[in-house]
Design a protein around this ligand. Structure first.
Ligand code: ATP
Length: 451
């Protein structure tokens, strides 16, 4: 057998002959065998390793993989189910779990594992699974299809949907920079609320919302919360994924409950994040259950049946191009606002805000703002947190308060990677090639691209 084996494997076998109890070496051999498609041999090697170290996680995961490759799916599932009980699944094992279950009727569970794999590691995206599990990934079902597995779950509804309401203490003063976004929120949301009678007198309808879009971590949630603080309103913040349900009809009813909660607690800023979860400009979605959810959302927004007086709707997305154009009609999200990473002045303002009330020692904020070009608000927060941690370490050693200095901040800024970079890489294509009516001109302007 060994003469047919690639040299790499032969060498590993020889090494193993000298130290048969070397578990890392066994793992190495098994990985090579898997790589060369020698699944049965990998299984033998792994079982040998596990007889010496039964709890070795890596060996177990590799054995599950070896089983999967040989279509011994039940054996693979047993391993993964045991690891799940012990909370030991990593991104790879969630992915494998999803692949295994995608061959069964447990497609909802498969989709959940696949989602977890992607959440843990975005690079685990898998084209085949995306396709196979598509209806379960958007968590809405085609209720016209009687054979749809989700159908069986209908009628099994949990109770009324309710989420937390808070009364934010922060206002626009706690938001660094973002002057243009603040102005647009004032014009679209705050002034109409404060001057409701004036608007009515002129027959102008108050309503609709503001859609904020841009890379993650640039303060969309932060400014929404501050908007509520600014007008002394309640604040409800929710990711749309939390509202969408796998039960037929339940997504619509959850959405209604959510809007009702906002109406009950008016004046209230209702902030809906990940609104692209209704990724409905794909024509197939419009034919199916997704359409009902979208229609429900739009009619709740239009406030035809129930008045939305005193409900300020802000929504956010990192992917506005996935949103159905119906969302952008008048009276809905007719204003879409780009929230870019902070510029120099905004970074200065954000850093100053983050250092407010902390013991500091002659920090040159300009210098840090210069070193942090391209970073988001969330990146800046990470820098400040890292510098505080370093200073705190020092303070604990001496037992005295050590003021925060520029050095650890600059060090952290130099190390930081701009988290918005990937977002711009894909946004650029949408702005260049799918920029209807100049909707994404702001992105091109930010990237200094001339059309
Ligand atoms: P996501 O798309 O991931 O939801 P986001 O755009 O909503 O991101 P936030 O959650 O609002 O980003 O921002 C992350 C954190 O960064 C905030 O909690 C806040 O601490 C800080 N931050 C971002 N922008 C600002 C800002 N302009 N002023 C002060 N702090 C900010």
């Amino acid at each position: 057998m060994s003469e047919e084996e690639p040299q790499e494997i032969q060498a590993l076998r020889q090494a193993l002959a000298f130290s048969p109890e070397n578990i890392p070496l066994i793992q190495h051999l098994a990985s090579s065998l898997l790589k060369y498609g020698r699944f049965e041999a990998a299984e033998r090697a792994l079982k040998d390793g596990l007889s010496q170290e039964p709890d070795n996680l890596q060996l177990q995961l590799s054995l599950a993989e070896a089983y999967y490759q040989q279509e011994k799916r039940d054996e693979a599932l047993v391993i993964l189910e045991n690891l799940e009980k012990k909370n030991q699944l990593d991104a790879d094992s969630h992915l494998l779990f999803a692949k295994l279950l995608s061959h069964t009727t447990e497609l909802v569970v498969a989709a959940n594992h696949y989602k977890q794999a992607k959440e843990m590691d975005a690079s685990k995206e898998d084209e085949t699974l995306e396709e196979e599990l598509a209806p379960f990934l958007i968590e809405t079902f085609d209720d016209e299809d009687p054979n749809h597995p989700g159908k069986a779950l209908a009628g099994n509804h949990p109770g009324e949907f309710e989420t937390d309401t808070e009364k934010p203490k922060i206002t626009f003063e706690d938001v660094g920079g973002m002057d243009s976004v603040k102005e647009q929120v004032r014009m679209k949301i705050i002034h109409p609320l404060a001057n409701a009678d004036l608007f009515k007198a002129y027959g102008k309808k108050i309503g609709g919302g503001l859609l904020l879009y841009g890379p993650p971590g640039c303060g969309k949630t932060h400014i929404a919360r501050a908007t509520a603080g600014e007008v002394n309103a309640n604040f409800i913040s929710i990711g749309l994924h939390e509202v969408l349900s796998m039960w037929i009809g339940q997504s619509e009813s959850n959405l209604h409950d959510l809007f009702e909660q906002a109406r009950r607690t008016a004046p209230c800023v209702l902030f809906i994040d990940e609104v692209d979860a209704l990724a409905a400009n794909r024509s197939d979605m419009r034919q199916s259950a997704g359409r009902h959810v979208i229609n429900q959302f739009l009619s709740e927004m239009d406030g035809v049946e129930y008045s939305n007086e005193g409900v300020l709707i802000l929504a956010a997305t990192n992917a506005p191009w996935h949103l159905d154009p119906a969302f952008r009609r008048p009276g809905r999200f007719d204003k879409i606002v780009f929230v870019p990473p902070p510029d120099f002045e905004a970074r200065k303002a954000i850093i100053s805000l983050m250092l407010k009330d902390k013991p500091t020692d002659g920090i040159d904020i300009d210098a840090i703002a210069k070193k942090s070009e391209g970073l988001t608000g969330a990146d800046l927060k990470a820098i400040v947190d890292a510098a505080i941690e370093e200073t705190l370490d020092e303070a604990m050693k001496t037992g005295n308060i050590v003021p925060l200095r520029a050095k650890p901040l600059i060090k952290a800024a130099k190390k930081a990677k701009p988290s918005a970079k990937d977002w711009f890489a894909s946004a650029k294509n949408h702005a260049l090639y799918a920029n209807q009516a100049g909707l994404y001109d702001d992105i091109l302007e930010y990237l200094k691209i001339k059309r």
